[in-house]
Design a binder for this molecule. Sequence first.
Ligand code: 1CP
Length: 335
Amino acid sequence: MKFLEVLAGEAIWPPPLWLMRQAGRYLPEYRTVRAKAGDFISLCLTPALAEEVTLQPIRKFGFDAAILFSDILILPMALGQDLSFAEGEGPRLPPLETASLLNPDRAAGVYAPVIETVSRLRRSLPKETALIGFAGGPATVACYMLDGQGGGFPRTRRLAYENPRFVRDVLAILTDATVEYLSAQVNAGADCVMLFESWAGMFPPAQFRDLVIGPNRLISDELKRRHPGIKIIGFPRLAGLMLNEYTQKAGVDAVGLDNVTDIATARAVCPPGMVLQGNLDPLLLKLGGKPLEDAVSALLGEMHGYPHIFNLGHGITPDVPEAHVARLVELVRRG
Ligand code: 1CP
């Protein structure tokens, strides 16, 4: 598989391509299945439906990789924290007051349907399409657990200074649970895994080291010990200059780049051989036309000769016209 060869460090031209949130509301067939499932959590926990929405963008656009359809917040739910998705507003959880509420022993039973989705996908995906398993990075998942919703995470930021022991306790539980969760995905057939540290860039350097790099490293080391050769993509979004330390110390093989990072600079600060993924501005996919064409050709030109996985710098937004995605695929395939 072209995707896995690049993840192993080969430069392949034209580069393999997939898009974060490639299964989602910009696709009418997704909206149909989503309506059938009723709510978003049921969609994530019904293997036949989660499998179907994972396959939809592969059928339509022939991406080189499929990403398991689920959400980073299924894990805290599996650990015992209530979770709901307010329509159009994103996740809601009761802000966590004590780590003792979390029960790692029950988690595998709750996320079993997600593992079942991975097994089904292993059988139903075309043989040339890689399957990406994923979890949230512990710091990012803890943000939602401690604040209860997205939007700046003021409580998490305070707690990281005022009650670091509590934050570390939560992260320790999450780190172990994430290893088990990703390991189960690999056993069920995921070809590689991605850790979404979407809010990594919110933490000042000392906390970034402690809360982002440390737990990411523990997860990478233990996964590689259990599954020799498994490749890990880290996504420390908005890491800025901490990208250097992250790629040296987090134990990942590839790094997803947000759309405000200059990719040539990223190449220069990452250790030799680090595979880069990203980093097209998702807004360009909404706009289409010349701005999209120019940016795609600049990104392709910049990464020619280096191991690169073409992707966006963040997820596709629901307002993206399908025709723009089709055009992007055409441009990347042409090289
Ligand atoms: O209404 C709907 O259909 C729900 C929208 C939606 C979708 C399609 C949510 C709610 N999650 C997802 C799927 C999802 N989430 C995937 C599936 C695979 C794919 O990429 O196609 C993945 C990998 C995620 C990961 C995820 N969830 C992240 C990390 C990536 C990122 O976007 O930064 C985060 C932060 C979440 C939390 C979350 N879940 C959903 C929303 C709207 C949010 C973000 C809330 C916020 O902005 O704080």
